[in-house]
Design a protein around this ligand. Structure first.
Ligand code: FAD
Ligand code: DHB
Length: 392
């Protein structure tokens, strides 16, 4: 088997793996990134869209935020829609002028890949890590299946940035990592449509028929989501049914409706929370969705993934120079942020997704949402978490 040596092996070319690769290269550390999917697939995978204030600044300060600053949409508020009535939460007014940036995850990924390819640092697509060995030795290694046979890559550290279906957390012997999990009784049906956004700001809507979210990617592309039951499949959702349901849920008493257009992407994603702890076993470190998943209602998943590697990169640079303190505290410090994000994402989810059968729960949900739109103190707390949780 062919073998390769590097300092840090990074599994996965999502936002976490790519940003980590960039930060380490800048810190003078050699890395190899391996990604199971093709370049084409990774660049076109439509997912998150909201970048927090502190994370956007960090991307810019790290030299990978130029296009995000030029093309990203800066939003100073969001809207909550309850019983056909709109309520604006003035995020920037409530939180020191700070704002979010709406910029697609696949654009972040494209920017990071372009940067990596320009640097000449190794990034392999269609290369799947099948096993990880020697976690607790000085030189852990991975076996990578490629079109030209298996390759063994040995490093001083291996970082699992391989998302929620990756191999890194499951490579750890049973009993070492604890997994905390919650499954919600909803999924999200997400679409990307060639339709101009009907409003300038995101709309989170709680309707008796279910949750809806209006977002966008550009002046000509809308991104919309519907809360659906976990049993539902895409073949049950014709274009006509999708638009009808979105229109019903997002309609206001004033008659505001939404623009329709060709649907260019669609997917159903189940909603769950997962935390894997600790986020380290020997010289294997976990970052991003490989270690934690949040329900998407708080728009935290990509931000958390980027926040993990923002702190992991300097810890690895120091560790490779003989100072282990940052790596020793990486898991505990990250998990504080992760649980905070789980709390906020759960709070947002449970406020906005009507329960199919529990009307006591529904009464509590509406009271919670009313508090957000009627109490400035509650709205201020929400604004801080929504705009900047991963940097607090
Ligand atoms: P991923 O992006 O999943 O990357 C992991 C990579 O590892 C993948 O490319 C995968 O192919 C690769 N991989 C897996 N196994 C292997 C292997 N064995 N060998 C090699 N490579 C492997 N987050 C937000 O912050 N804001 C939002 O608005 C938001 N909205 C969302 C909406 C939806 C519908 C969904 C599904 C998610 C949303 N998220 C949001 C979450 C966000 O997309 C994820 O949290 C983010 O992708 C995590 O990045 P990551 O780099 O950790 O993992
Ligand atoms: C988007 C996704 C989210 O999960 C969210 O809470 C807000 C916006 C989006 O894809 O634009």
């Amino acid at each position: 088997m062919k073998s390769v040596r590097t300092q840090v092996v990074i599994i996965g070319a999502g936002p976490a793996g790519l940003l980590l690769g960039h930060l380490l290269q800048r810190g003078g550390i050699d890395t190899v990134i391996v990604e199971t999917r093709s370049l084409e697939y990774v660049q076109h995978r439509v997912r998150a869209g909201v970048i927090e204030y502190g994370i956007a600044n960090f991307l810019e300060d790290s030299g990978v935020g130029t296009r995000m600053r030029a093309e990203g949409l800066v939003h100073h508020g969001i809207e909550f829609r309850l019983d056909g009535v709109s309520h604006r939460i003035a995020l920037s007014e409530l939180y020191d002028g700070r704002a979010i940036t709406v910029y697609g995850q696949q654009e972040v990924v494209k920017d990071l890949i372009a940067n990596r390819l320009a640097s000449g640092a190794p990034l392999y697509f269609e290369a799947t890590v099948t096993s990880i060995e020697g976690h607790t030795t000085e030189h852990p290694s991975v076996v990578v299946a490629t079109g030209e046979g298996d390759v063994e890559i040995t490093g001083d550290y291996v970082v699992g940035c391989d998302g929620s279906h990756g191999v890194s957390s499951t490579s750890v012997p049973a009993g070492v990592l604890r997994r905390y999990e919650r499954v919600y009784p909803f999924s999200w049906l997400g679409i990307l449509a060639e339709a101009p956004p009907a409003t300038e700001e995101l709309i989170y809507c709680r309707h008796p028929r279910g949750f809806a979210l209006y977002s966008m990617r550009s002046p000509t592309l809308s991104r919309l989501y519907l809360g659906v039951s976990p049993e539902e499949t895409l073949d049950q959702w014709s274009d006509e049914r999708i638009w009808e349901e979105l229109t019903t849920r997002l309609m206001t008493d004033g008659g505001a409706s939404i623009a329709q257009g060709p649907i260019v992407e669609r997917a159903i994603t189940p909603m769950r929370s997962v935390v894997v702890a600790p986020m380290r076993h020997g010289r294997l470190l976990l970052a991003g969705d490989a270690a934690h998943i949040v329900p998407p209602t708080g728009a935290k998943g990509m931000n958390l993934a980027l926040a993990d590697v923002r702190f992991l990169a300097p810890a690895l640079v120091a560790g490779l120079r003989g100072d282990p303190r940052g790596l020793d505290s990486y898991s505990d410090e990250s998990l504080r942020r992760v649980w905070r994000a789980e709390e906020f994402s759960t709070y947002m989810t449970q406020m906005l997704h009507p329960h199919p059968s529990d009307d006591f729960e529904n009464g509590v949900q509406v009271a919670r949402l009313r508090q957000v739109v009627e109490s400035e103190d509650t709205a201020r707390a929400l604004a801080r978490n929504y705009v900047n949780l991963s940097s607090l």
